[in-house]
Every structure is written in structure tokens, then in C-alpha cells.
Design a protein. Structure first.
Length: 194
């Protein structure tokens, strides 16, 4: 991919996770910053979200957080970011994250991460964008989900060209290789709205 200035990372806000996931988040944030790629994420200071942001900042990177006001009011926003946008809703947050990013990386996470991941995957399937999506299957975390997607395809509920829709990487180094190998996005269908 020739033009990659910002990457959106979806990931969990829980700190009660295995060290392998924390290490992956740190390596991803550090790696993005060292490559001069701006991190766009959900704006939190806790869990993998905080780790990926802190690692990018420590390596001299730019970090843009986008957080809904109802989450910000719980005082979990990261206050040391390059930019923090407080928005009116989850819908606005997700749309801004897509608009500000050239690609998407899905680290392990919970229901919120699944929500964001499936929305960006669905939007790509509907040709609302054509940006690369990398599923970081750290320690096999997403294997059950990938199996479910295969099951949906086998049962006729989805026709997915996985190589066009997303790539899977099992290590952070492989995530960066997948980003580098991603084709330049085609122009989205401008008649469709996010």
C-alpha cells in the first residue's frame, strides 16, 4: 500500500487479560509510531486501548482518540493524546474513526470491539470503503470468530471473498507485512453514505 498515514486500531478496554495480548498491543503501538503512522483509536486510557496509545506516544507517534461523551464522563479518557475528540454518540465515533483512517487493525477485545469490527467489515462488503482490514489473531484469540465466518459462508448466509475483505495475521510483525502488501484502495461508491 503506497499511502498509509493513519491506522485505526480496535481493541479491548479490559486490563484483566493475558500478558500476550498486552505485549501485542504495546508492539503494535510502538511499531505504528516507528513507521510514522498515526494511531486512531477509541480514546481510552485503560486496557489494551491505553497500552497501544501509550506505546505509540512513548515512541514519538501521533495518537488521535475519539470518545463519546457518555464514556468520557466516566473519566476513562486518555488525557495525554495528540488529539482527543469528544463526540455525541457511538455512531459518530465509529464514523469519524473510519473517516480518519487509511486502514484498520482488529486486536483482541470484547463486544465493543466486535461491534466496531463487524461494522467496518460490513461497510467494506457494501463498498462504502475499500481500506485494508487486518485481524490480529494474537494467540489464536479470533480463531472461533473466523470459524463462525467460515460456517456462515458454508451455510449460504454470506458470500465473502476473504482475501478482498480482510487479512488475518497471527503476529504483530505479520500485521505490518499485511499492511505493506495491501493494495491501494479503490474509490468507494460515492452514492452510498457511511
Amino acid at each position: 500500500m503506497k499511502t498509509l498515514s493513519s491506522v485505526c486500531v480496535y481493541c479491548g478496554a479490559s486490563a484483566q487479560v493475558a500478558d500476550v495480548h498486552k505485549e501485542a498491543a504495546h508492539a503494535l503501538g510502538d511499531g505504528l509510531a516507528r513507521r510514522g503512522i498515526r494511531l486512531v483509536y477509541g480514546g481510552g486510557r485503560v486496557g489494551l486501548m491505553g497500552i497501544v496509545a501509550d506505546a505509540a506516544l512513548a515512541a514519538g507517534g501521533e495518537v488521535v482518540g475519539i470518545i463519546p461523551d457518555h464514556i468520557q464522563s466516566a473519566e476513562i479518557e486518555h488525557t495525554g493524546l495528540t488529539e482527543l475528540h469528544v463526540v455525541d454518540s457511538m455512531h459518530t465515533r465509529k464514523r469519524m474513526m473510519v473517516e480518519k483512517s487509511d486502514a484498520f487493525i482488529i486486536l483482541p477485545g470484547g463486544l465493543g470491539t466486535l461491534d466496531e469490527a463487524f461494522e467496518v467489515l460490513t461497510w467494506k462488503q457494501l463498498r462504502l470503503h475499500d481500506k485494508p482490514i487486518i485481524i490480529a489473531d494474537v494467540d489464536g484469540y479470533w480463531r472461533p470468530l473466523l470459524g463462525l465466518i467460515d460456517h456462515m459462508v458454508a451455510q449460504g448466509f454470506a458470500r465473502i471473498d476473504r482475501n478482498r475483505l480482510y487479512r488475518v495475521a497471527d503476529q504483530i510483525d505479520s500485521v505490518f507485512t499485511a499492511l505493506e502488501d495491501a493494495p491501494d484502495p479503490r474509490s468507494p461508491d460515492r452514492s452510498r453514505k457511511l
